[in-house]
Ligand binder design. Structure first.
Ligand code: COA
Length: 354
């Protein structure tokens, strides 16, 4: 067969392709954007001075080793649902939305193991019979939820998704354990993710996420040290090193997907576990440390709620502006990690106390 004469089969395929092009209406897939953020913090503050009175620790040690000065504690029954409801209601109000197509809740400290928080939240917010489920990805939970929401919106399956991260670690941390009780605090954050580009919010440009179950024992809730109660425990030093390595690798991966060099990132919104971890990540990425948001001083590590709380901090301090290249990154139990790149746009903000 001559090479310059297409075979009959090739000609059939070629004419079919021409037909397909003519007959197919190309519908561009929707983009996903965050249009509003809300946070909810319990009003009870626990200072380093208070902790130093009953634990073998000092304000100086806590500040210098972590950057934390105080954290919040949720009192009362069902704090995770209560904070989620306040943050969820506030974000819907600021965005001017009365309905959404899906509700996602990220939590690793739910008020009870079952049922999930999300269906109860949807009911409390009067959102009707929408699908609703929880995501258990510990400190990466908010970004797992963001990445799920943006993927579902891009697929065309949903047009508006409420995501809420709510945590009450004060109930799962051993109050007598100085290694963990100085670090964690309670709080919640919410975001509305909708179909549309930068014109209607901060567009989600790229995601990177992953897990490594081999490290599952490094951060866990379960009986520890002969104690039969289920308390949170962690291998602090090992987690510290892995958090730096994993978040910087993930930020590099998501930046590459946007064709950005890491030094072109205007604002890095890292998980708020430890000021020294945040500074080490910025250094590894060759970024000036002042481009990384540090909001943990007044809240401690709030697990999944830490990223929306840090975003709100960046907004209220004027650190983030329209047009900025923003990368959010988190690492936590599982092990899990996730990063999300945004082009910053118009985003509403509400901050409430409970
Ligand atoms: N007050 C005083 N001393 C404390 C203390 C506290 N609250 N907590 C621990 N120490 C002591 C340790 O017992 C240890 O004493 P030793 O040397 O006599 O054994 C010493 O301080 C140093 O401990 P180390 O764990 O090496 O300190 P560190 O510099 O790594 O800081 C953490 C400890 C927990 C602050 C740090 O490891 C960390 O931030 N890890 C990551 C935690 C995290 O991110 N968790 C959530 C992930 S999502």
């Amino acid at each position: 067969m001559s090479l310059d004469r297409p075979s009959r089969m090739c000609r059939v395929l070629e004419s079919k392709r021409r037909l397909d092009i003519k007959d197919t209406t190309i519908v561009p897939s929707p983009t996903a954007a965050i249009t509003a953020i809300a946070t909810c913090l319990p009003s009870t503050r626990v200072t380093n001075a208070e902790l130093s009175q009953r634990l073998d620790t000092t304000d100086r040690w806590i500040r210098s080793r972590t950057g934390i000065a105080e954290r919040r504690r949720a009192d009362g029954k069902g704090p995770v649902l209560a904070m989620a409801t306040s943050a969820g209601a506030a974000v819907l109000e600021v965005a001017g939305h009365r309905t959404v197509d899906l509700v996602l809740v990220a939590t690793s400290s739910p008020d009870r193991p079952s049922p999930a928080v999300a269906p109860q939240l949807a009911s409390r917010l009067g959102l009707g019979f929408v699908p609703a489920f929880d995501i258990s990805a510990v400190c990466s939970g908010f970004l797992y939820a963001t990445n799920i929401a943006s993927s579902l919106i891009r697929s065309g399956a949903f047009r508006s998704i409420l995501i809420v991260a709510s945590e009450a670690y004060s109930r799962i941390v051993d109050p007598d354990d100085r290694a963990t009780s100085v670090i964690f605090g309670d709080g919640a954050g919410a975001a509305l993710v909708v179909a549309g580009g930068t014109a209607s919010g901060s567009e989600v440009l790229a995601e990177d996420w992953g897990s490594d179950g081999d490290g599952c024992d490094l951060l866990q809730v379960g009986p520890a040290g002969g104690d039969v109660r289920n308390y949170f425990s962690m291998s602090g030093r090992e987690v510290y090193l892995r958090a730096i390595e994993t978040m910087s690798t993930s930020v590099r991966a998501v930046s590459e997907r946007c064709s950005w060099h890491t030094d072109e990132i205007d604002v890095l919104v890292p998980h708020q576990a430890n000021r020294r971890i945040i500074e080490a990540v910025a250094k590894k990425l060759s970024m000036p440390a002042d481009r990384a948001v540090v909001s943990l001083e007044k809240t401690g590590n709030t697990a999944a709620a830490s990223i929306p709380l840090a975003l709100a901090h960046a907004m209220t301090t004027g650190m983030v502006r329209a047009g900025d290249r923003v990368v959010m990154t988190a690492f936590g139990g599982g092990l899990t990690w996730a990063s999300t790149a945004l082009r910053w746009g118009e985003v509403g903000l509400a901050e409430v106390e409970l």
